[in-house]
Ligand binder design. Sequence first.
Ligand code: SF4
Length: 371
Amino acid sequence: MDKINKFVTCLIPVHACNFRCQYCYLSHHVNENVYGGGIRTFAASPKDIVSYFSIKRMGGPCYFNLCAPGETMMHPQLIDFVGELTMEGHYADIVTNGTLTKKFDDLIESLKESQRKRLFIKFSFHYLELKSKNMMEVFLSNVEKIRKSGISYSIEITPHDDLVPYIDEIKTFSLKNFGALPHITVARNEGTKEIALLTKYSREKYKEIWSTFDSALFDFKFSIFNVKRKEFCYAGLWSLTVNIETGVYSQCYGGDELGNFKDADTAVHFRPIGKCRQPHCFNGHAFLATGDIPELIAPTYIEERDRITASGEHWFSKEEREFFSTKLANSNGALSNNQKRKQYIVNACLYCANIGKRFVRKMKRNVKHAH
Ligand code: SF4
């Protein structure tokens, strides 16, 4: 049975989308040309990226999360990338709005059965947008296509105040079409410094409304939302954040850069962040459920993603259920308190050195402009 060795979240360079959901994180960045950034080429070929992050170099099979700021499936190199990852023996997921039918056909056709067992599709169920664009049937047929192909899937709703009047309708629809209720994430407002909850409701009311979906994803994500993490975090050692457009990989959001996969001959560099630099772990349903803070009581990733339908079928294959039931600590040795203390010091020194370098660069630029 495969155990999760590292969690690697990949930013796929698509800054475009065929949808305009009101709660979309892209739309919170008011000063940026958010939907006009287009689709940018990967920093290296999918084959070269995967050979950089090979099983041998990483120490075992890893979970690669593939998500774009826009619609992930639009990227022309994505299917090849998934093919290379799953052929290597890694596990992957694609986050998608589920509407690009031709891409699903191509994806299914390109993968062997053994590769399909290492992939899941995270269907973002944009109920109102699907209705207003008259694309619900397209979405349903793509979910069904994926189900029949042997690829695992999960249906997830981003909770939004406009959806509240439709909750009963959504539940009835989901039970009929997916055999179970969708999972629920927690919507964040990226336009706020503290990354606040995106709602007009109080925290208590928000919980009361959305917990009726009985989603382990929501329950855990909500329990850690806006809670500053003070424990030692293994992000950077047990997980990586990779920008596929530039090749740069880092410890976590706001963490130090560790290397670039374009430097094909160098080993993958790992260094734990230790102290979290974010107001809260807003994607802790992945980082923390897979186990970046091992002492934190958290569900397994499969508990957050799978559902058993009324007819007794799982959304996830047996192989994926086993893999996503494991935690990072099952494959990685923990650091002693002494080692953790050393890492805090190393990180603090490197952090200060980087600030110093940036300051010198800025001063040099200013002097140049003054001349
Ligand atoms: S607690 Fe979460 S956001 Fe903070 S460093 Fe760890 S994984 Fe990253």
